[in-house]
Design a protein around this ligand. Sequence first.
Ligand SMILES: [Zn+2]
Ligand SMILES: [Zn+2]
Length: 123
Amino acid sequence: MPNSFIQNGVEYYQMFIGCPVCVMDGRPTRPTQWYHHVDGGEMYIGDNGYYYCIDCKKTMPVIDWAYVCADCEKAGHEKAVKIDNLKHVAETISVSGLVTAVAGMEWLVRITNALIKQQETHS
Ligand SMILES: [Zn+2]
Ligand SMILES: [Zn+2]
């Protein structure tokens, strides 16, 4: 069961999701725990649309995050990739198992709305 906590009204779950870049590229991907590349800390994802590192407490909007996994590297991505269209992240989250296991549909709606707002203010 992924861990969770609430901080300043934001509901965070362990970032146990597939790879959004693989989803974007059409590669199969399975949910795994993601870690902060800087310090190896476990990443969490909040319904405010921000990632959170449990070790260094750094937060970052989902739209600013870059992803790379072993399958991405095999497919030719040498560096971590930013996702311009957050629909790929939304899809990754919605099929990760988080919603069924712990987070629930209301959390999914809240994070989806947060991602829509990020997308609007970014473009
Ligand atoms: Zn960190
Ligand atoms: Zn990938």
